[in-house]
Design a protein around this ligand. Sequence first.
Ligand SMILES: [Zn+2]
Length: 87
Amino acid sequence: MGKLWAKKQLNFQPMLCPGCGFVYTPKYGDPESNIPSYTNFADIEDWRCPICDGSKDAFIPYIPTMEITAKDDMTEKTEEQHAPLAQ
Ligand SMILES: [Zn+2]
């Protein structure tokens, strides 16, 4: 039941929660929900998004893009704060 769609999925395909943007990464699993690492998304049972409690069925395959690299670059340019030395 409800697993037909997963039959042709690649193993270890990251899955994105469209509700909150959480990405389930099979390589890491979800330790907080007792999902061990290297658990394929299709093999998880009775699991919901740990962030927004969204249905597992709502997750969509997550395709990493080059934009991630660009974002990483921007985080380097956070505003410098000149906090006075605390003593
Ligand atoms: Zn979510």
